[in-house]
Design a protein around this ligand. Sequence first.
Ligand SMILES: [Ca+2]
Length: 307
Amino acid sequence: MSKQLVLMDHDGGVDDYLATMLLMTMEDVELMGVVVTPADCYIQPAVAATRKILDLMGGFHIPVAESKVRGTNPFPNLYRRDSFVVDHLPILNERDTIATPLVTEPGENFMLGVLQKALEPVTLMVTGPLTNVAFVLDQAPEIEEKIAKIVWMGGALNVPGNVEKNWEPGQDGSAEWNVYWDPISAARVWQSGIEIIMCPLDITNTVPVTSEFVQKIGRQRKYPISDLAGQCYALVITQDYYAWDVLATTYLGNPDAFNLKGWETEIITSGVSQGNTKVVSGGRKIYAMDEVDKSWFYTYLLEQWKC
Ligand SMILES: [Ca+2]
C-alpha cells in the first residue's frame, strides 16, 4: 500500500507540537511539509520549535513554512507564550544549528505550491484555523481536486465552545477557538466540496490530559520523544487541557478506531456567535469524529512515543 500524502498545518500550541510528534511516528504517512499559522503561538519560536522537533525525529528533509495570514480574533497571550517555552526546552537545544529547512516563501503560498505539484490528492491535517486553506481555495479554486480530504481539529457541534466570555466579552460562548480566530476562512472552506472530517470539542472533551497519563509518559522518559512529550504536557497540566490536536491527528493513522457521524452545519461569521459551527438542517455536510475507545487512545500514544 502506498503511503498517504499529508500536509500538516498547525498553529504552534503545545498540543500542535505533540500532534506533529505523533504524525512523525506514523509509518503509512508521507509528510510533505508543515505550515505554521501564527494563531495559538508567537510565530518565530513556533517555527523554530517545529523544525527542532523534526530534527530530533529524523525529519530534516521535511520543509517547514511560516504562514503570513492573519485572523480577526487573536488567541490570548497566556496561551501563545507557551511557544517560547517549548522552543527553549533543553532536549530541543542540544545542537546549535537547525537542519530542517525553513521555506523562504510564505506558508500559504507553500501550501498552494505543494498541492499544485502533487501527483495525487493530498490530505490536509489542520490543527489550527483554516485560513491557509481558504487562501489556496481563493487563489486557485480548481485546487479542490488535489485535496483528498481535510482532517481538522475544530468546532463544537452539540457542546459549548471554548471561547469563554471572561476572555472575550460580548461572545456567547458557542465558538471553538480555531474557528473563532478566523470564521470567514472557515466559512470559505465550508463553501467547497472537499470532504471535511472534524474533530470537534464534542469528542475531545472525552480525552483530558490527566495527571496519571502524564506520569505514565514520565516513566518511559528513556525514550527522547516520551521525554519531550512529558515536558510539554507538564507545562499545561495546571490548565483544563485536552488532547485536541493529538486526537485529531490520531485519526490519520487509525481511521478504523473512530466512529464518524454526519452533520449538516453552517459557520457563523459575525456577531455574538461568530465562530460557532452550528448544526442546521440543510447546512453543509461534514463528518465528525463521534466516538473513540479512550483507553486504546492513551495506550496508543504511549506506544507511539516509545522512540
Ligand atoms: Ca492547535
